[in-house]
Design a protein around this ligand. Structure first.
Ligand SMILES: [Zn+2]
Length: 379
């Protein structure tokens, strides 16, 4: 696969007429009003190192190093790492398209570049001529800053990337089991997004369902996925009082008929087994985990509180995705993900997961845990 050689990116916005550079995105120069150019640096050398020994909830593991990197344009950026580097060393990230890989990118100002880089780091996607279905989490009506639904900026970036890659069709599918779906869609900012990109929204509740058997379960599941060539799961990362964490697995539950969901919701232990089995119903899909703004504490039933993490994840395997993300946020192990792992659906030992973009220990954050989960207490 033709990977870019060195993947770390430094992004600047430059007015060439005034020879001025900004670190945040602007469209036209503040002084001469001319169009600015996006400058992306990809070749980085270490020009300084700070070893940090004082922990805080966002950086609980010490000591760590903050490298000062300089790109081929002379632009600088900091990079956190647990590894040892020397001044003058080259810093680079190699893309990894393995099923065991997860990429993570810090969003500074540019969602488009962050999503693009996260995809490139797992070997990128081929969307040319394909019908692509996006499955965000919009189950609760909430403004994007609350971190309860997938950030429209992440979806906007993803749609733009898919269009550039020549996708034949892009649609968004979701349903809410708790409120009329259009209410959740309106508050989430999705309506504007669909208008901007001229794409279709599919209310899963209105699609055709069929019964599928998997282990001891009979699921009534939407047939909508069959109409598409590629499914991209785009959950927002939320703590969950029942499931521990809402990630790739939980986001699939809204492909189920409400009666199946209600039946499973009665018994968390049964729901956990069902979640593990559910995965086998779906064709292979990609997960883009939106942790730009997530939820911490007692989410989502008591709404928790927003967590401003500024991170995007991408993985080819949902077991790898949810295992890695749960570790990043120091949450307790998710029994349904482990179960799926034991059934051979993906790597569930985080020591064997290959982190690209950022190292696990450099990402770890000690967030507010969900308390009162019967499911997690027993596990
Ligand atoms: Zn200018």
């Amino acid at each position: 696969m033709p990977y870019p050689t060195k993947m770390v990116k430094t992004i600047r916005w430059k007015c060439e007429a005034c020879d001025l550079t900004w670190i945040h995105p602007i469209e036209t120069c503040l002084y001469c009003d001319k169009q600015v150019k996006k400058i992306i640096g990809t070749k980085h050398k270490v020009i300084g190192i700070t070893e940090v020994h004082i922990p805080n909830p966002l950086h609980p593991i010490v000591p760590y190093n903050v490298l000062l990197l300089q790109d081929e344009h002379g632009n600088k950026m900091p990079k956190k790492t647990m590894k040892k580097y020397g001044v003058g060393d080259t810093y680079e990230d190699k893309p990894n398209d393995s099923e065991r890989a997860i990429s993570s990118i810090k969003i500074k100002y540019d969602f488009y570049e962050a999503v693009k880089e996260a995809l490139e780091l797992i070997g990128d996607i081929d969307a040319k001529g394909k019908k692509v279905l996006l499955k965000p989490n919009l189950s609760i009506p909430a403004y994007p800053y609350l971190g309860l639904s997938t950030n429209p900026k992440v979806l906007d970036a993803l749609i733009q990337i898919l269009k550039e890659k020549g996708a034949a069709k892009i649609a968004i599918a979701e349903q809410s089991f708790f409120v009329p779906t259009e209410k959740a869609v309106a508050k989430s900012g999705l309506a504007e997004l669909m208008k901007k990109h001229d794409i279709e929204f599919i209310d899963i509740a209105e699609t055709e369902f069929e019964e599928k058997k998997q282990r001891e379960f009979t699921f009534k599941v939407s047939k909508i996925v069959d109409d598409f060539d590629l499914l991209i799961n785009v959950p927002v990362i939320k703590t969950d009082m029942v499931l521990g964490m809402d990630g790739a697995f939980e986001n699939l539950t809204r492909f189920l008929a409400k009666e199946t969901f209600d039946d499973l919701a009665k018994d968390p232990q049964k729901a956990a087994l069902a979640l593990a089995a559910l995965l086998n119903i779906f064709p292979k899909f990609l997960t883009i985990g939106d942790a730009s703004i997530g939820t911490q504490g007692n989410g989502p039933a008591q709404h928790g509180e927003p967590g401003f993490y500024g991170l995007i994840f991408a993985a080819r395997n949902p077991v790898v995705h949810d295992t890695a993300v749960q570790e990043v946020f120091c949450l307790r192990k998710l029994p349904y993900v482990q179960m799926a792992g034991k059934l051979g659906m993906g790597e569930y030992d985080y020591n064997k997961i290959e982190f690209v973009g950022n190292e696990l220990d450099a990402l770890r954050k000690d967030i507010k845990q969900p308390i009162g989960s019967k499911l997690l207490k027993k596990g």
